[in-house]
Design a protein around this ligand. Structure first.
Ligand SMILES: C[S@@+](CC[C@H](N)C(=O)[O-])C[C@H]1O[C@@H](n2cnc3c(N)ncnc32)[C@H](O)[C@@H]1O
Length: 249
């Protein structure tokens, strides 16, 4: 796993992205991915669910009405105000220091949040607020590992300067294994239009142009692994996500 020590704050970055967020990547509203995450969480009618780093609430929305209570937490007011209708309670706080008692939740789902957090603190907090036997479901973008890391991480950093962590396959499972039992990993591929992905309101023109140049000059191994295609001035990239499920002892 690589680190970015000079990351922009998520509050500043996501305030700029909030208005266009839901359209900024195909995976955001991908119902197959979202229902897969919900199924892996094994919700019951009686479950108390935390959507951690809920953003505009697409994950919370999938649980609403199917479980007893959905609570959403996010550090960015402008993002989370858009998800008010999907949660029973909206909490503005940092994941590294959650204002919940120990052993509160049956399920904690976190999609695309841990890359912006102090990873060990966030995982420790997820464990603390889950009930014994509670399930964590963590879904995040990763590289394919090894030969595409350098190019993938460079693109990810330019596209999102708030990113603190860059994940390779296995990084999240290893980290989760320090806090949870029964860690399992599932792969999910999402085919993204890069032009759309970088037109999210928060990537400056210079960085957008640089990302396009990086794709054009990318090493063959990166193009092959990511199935990169150029079409009508756009670039298409098959990005890899990992979904980790884990249980609190
Ligand atoms: C890429 S969005 C993901 C939103 C949502 N989970 C989804 O899957 O669509 C990342 C979210 O993480 C939030 N975030 C970043 N760092 C955070 C932190 N330390 N504590 C809580 N939320 C954080 C941001 O404000 C943003 O809403």
């Amino acid at each position: 796993m690589r680190k970015n020590k000079r990351a922009e704050t998520p509050q500043s970055h996501f305030s700029k992205r909030a208005p266009k967020y839901d359209a900024s990547a195909r995976w955001v509203c991908d119902e197959k991915l979202i229902s897969g995450i919900r199924a892996l969480a094994r919700p019951r009618k009686t479950s108390l669910v935390l959507d951690l780093a809920m953003g505009t609430g697409r994950i919370a929305r999938a649980f609403k009405g199917r479980v007893k209570t959905v609570i959403g937490l996010d550090a960015c007011a402008r993002m989370s105000l858009r998800s008010r209708r999907y949660v029973d309670c909206l909490v503005l706080a940092r994941a590294e220091n959650m204002p919940f008692p120990d052993d509160t939740f049956d399920i904690c789902a976190c999609r695309q949040g841990l890359q912006f957090m102090e990873l060990e603190q966030a995982l420790s907090e997820i464990r603390r607020v889950l009930k014994p036997g509670g399930r964590a479901v963590l879904c995040h973008l990763t590289s394919y590992g090894g030969e595409d890391d350098k190019t993938a991480f460079l693109i990810q950093r330019l596209r999102n300067p708030a990113r603190k962590n860059f994940f390779s396959p296995g990084d999240l499972a290893r980290a989760a294994g320090r806090y949870f039992l029964g860690v399992r990993t599932f792969e999910y591929l999402t085919r993204e239009s890069v032009r759309n992905w970088i037109s999210n309101g928060a990537v400056p023109a210079g960085a957008r142009a640089r990302i396009m140049r990086i794709y054009k000059n990318s090493p063959a191994v990166f193009r092959k692994t990511h199935k990169v295609r150029f079409k009508n001035g756009d670039v298409f990239d098959s990005m890899r996500m990992e979904i980790i499920t884990a249980v609190k002892k």
